[in-house]
Design a protein around this ligand. Structure first.
Ligand code: G16
Length: 544
């Protein structure tokens, strides 16, 4: 076999963030940059000889070139088999599904999620373990450590693989199966949900829906599942052709970036159901006619209605949410008599809970929801879950949410993002705010008493590992909370995220404007952290 060993030197910026390594494309295109990270990843894994690796990505610029390099390095490092999505495509949830279904050793997913793509955009890479989920911190830290001392990498000197043709090929000692990226995933969805009821719903004259794939990976998945298998009319899926630059857009399914869908759903004659997914297909946004469902409420509502879905009708073992996600799911868990686990931001923290059957449903405020069917969050899964509920309850999205608030009370919730601010200013803001925290406890602020103020630390109940420094929290005696943290997924300067929530159970006060309902808390954190003075920003870049 034609293995070549290439001498290299370390790059100092290869520590994976919230979800893998994300950098500008130009950074990845530097000589040896991708290779160093891939070799550091393989070196952090034991016993890869003779194993199967799944490889695929969201189709963004540089996806195919990166896959050719990764396959040649996988062959040189001893993998005997690779499974690759046709044309290098696999959504993140589909990659998780394929890793689990074919009992692969792990997978490499190429994506920078919702970050813009193209030659001047972002690229990303992450390693997933054999449960189909993102590598835990012990592995990501080992990768980083290896990347700091790497001196060489191994690659086979062979011609490129033909990624376009489904079937088996050989690359040195490694066989490669190029698979249909959609098939296994669509089969799994059909196992989980009541497709017959959804078919009846989506084909009825009174039901119109729109799914915005934002020119990213979910186009082919949504077309196959929603239009071909479930019979939704052609045209239900918009922006359905994946483009290497996502059409110049920002495929982040939120009220700011999913402009076309939002305009239609808030028009005078809107469809009754709208949804969007992101670059790699793991996020979702759910809309009704003139109605936005916050991701935190969505998780709570899925949990409260899970008995209507075949896969979950026998009950949930627990729920898990990230710390900054609102406490709406906690109320459902309490009613169901199950635990609601609170983890740091990052889907990787749910893996152990799902594997140990301590949680069935998981979710994050960052437009991610998922379950134990795979080990990634899953955009289309959430859409199908909502369709299944709508089909069974025969109510509108707004009615379902409002009835939920009537029963459980409402957690008013918002996130304010200040993107691309100076890293130094952001770090100083965080450390100055953290220094104030001890003195806040017991104080009366924004009309309520501070019950606790700390930097969140998480002890995994399965392996007892501890992750500290996971976000600053100010909690009040009435359950209101303010959380401040820096994003771990940006590639330009720092992104400050401020999360604000308060609970309301007065039935006459459940339909207030969110920003107004939270104004005293928004003003408070702006003052405590001196956001405008320090960043020069008078408004957040994105409000969700
Ligand atoms: C990733 C992670 C999520 C996280 C989100 C935001 O999502 O998988 O768990 O909530 O980033 O993280 P941060 O607040 O650190 O930017 P995705 O969809 O970008 O892969």
């Amino acid at each position: 076999m034609s293995v070549v060993t290439i001498a290299t030197t370390p790059f100092n910026d290869q520590r994976p963030g919230t979800s893998g390594l994300r950098k500008k494309v130009a950074v990845f295109q530097q000589a040896h940059y991708l290779e160093n990270f891939v070799q550091s990843t393989f070196d952090s894994l034991d016993n890869i000889q003779g194993q199967t690796l799944v490889v695929g990505g969201d189709g963004r610029f540089y996806n195919e070139q990166a896959i050719q390099i990764i396959l040649k390095m996988a062959a040189a490092n001893g993998f005997s088999h690779a499974i690759v999505g046709q044309n290098g495509l696999l959504s993140t949830p589909a990659a998780s599904c394929v890793i689990r279904k074919y009992k692969a050793f792990g997978g490499i997913i190429l994506s920078a999620s919702h970050n813009p793509a193209g030659p001047n955009g972002d690229f990303g890479i992450k390693y997933n373990i054999n449960n189909g989920g993102p590598a835990p911190e012990a592995i990501t830290e080992a990768i980083f450590k290896n990347s700091q001392s790497i001196t060489e990498y191994r690659i086979v000197d062979e011609s490129d693989v033909n990624l376009a043709i489904i079937g088996r090929q050989q690359l040195a000692n490694m066989s490669i199966d190029i698979i249909d990226p959609v098939g296994d995933y669509a089969e799994l969805m059909a196992d989980l949900f009541d497709f017959e009821s959804i078919k009846t719903l989506v084909s009825s004259q009174s039901f119109q829906m729109r799914f915005d794939a934002m020119h990213a990976i979910t186009g082919p998945y949504a077309k196959t599942i929603l239009e071909d298998l479930l019979g939704a009319p052609t045209g239900t899926v918009i922006n359905g052709i994946p483009l290497t630059d996502f059409g110049g857009g920002h495929p982040d399914p939120n009220l700011t970036y999913a402009e076309q869908l939002v305009a239609e759903m808030f028009s005078s004659n809107p469809p009754v159901f709208g949804a969007a997914s992101d670059g790699d297909g793991d996020r979702n946004m759910i809309l009704g006619a003139n109605f936005f469902v916050t991701p935190s409420d969505s998780l709570a509502i899925l949990a409260a209605n899970a008995h209507l879905v075949p896969a979950y009708q026998s009950g949930l073992s627990g729920i898990a949410r990230s710390m900054p996600t609102s406490q709406a799911p906690d109320r459902v868990a309490q009613k169901l008599g199950i635990d609601c686990h609170e983890t740091p931001t990052g889907w990787k923290f749910f893996g152990n809970l799902l594997d140990a059957n301590k949680a069935t449903l998981c979710g994050e405020e960052s437009f991610g929801t998922g379950s134990n069917h795979i080990r990634e969050k899953d955009g289309l899964w959430a859409v199908l879950f909502w369709l299944n509920i709508l089909a069974k309850r025969q109510l509108s999205v707004a009615q379902i949410v409002e009835l939920h608030w009537q029963e459980y009370g409402r957690n008013y919730y918002t996130r304010h993002d200040y993107e691309a601010i100076s890293s130094d200013i952001a770090k100083q803001l965080m450390s100055d705010l953290e220094a104030q925290l001890p003195s806040l406890v017991g104080q009366q602020l924004a009309g309520r008493t501070v019950a606790y103020a700390d930097n969140f630390s998480y002890k995994d109940p399965v392996d007892n590992s501890v992750s500290s420094n996971q976000g600053l929290r100010i909690g009040f005696d009435d359950g209101a909370r303010i959380v401040v943290r820096l994003s771990g997924t940006g590639t330009e300067g720092a992104t400050l995220r401020v999360y604000i929530e308060r609970y309301e159970n007065d039935k006459s006060k459940l339909d207030q404007d969110t920003q107004k309902a939270l104004k005293p808390l928004i003003d408070l954190i702006n003052e405590l952290a001196q956001i405008t003075e320090r960043t020069g920003r008078t408004e957040p870049t994105v409000i969700t």
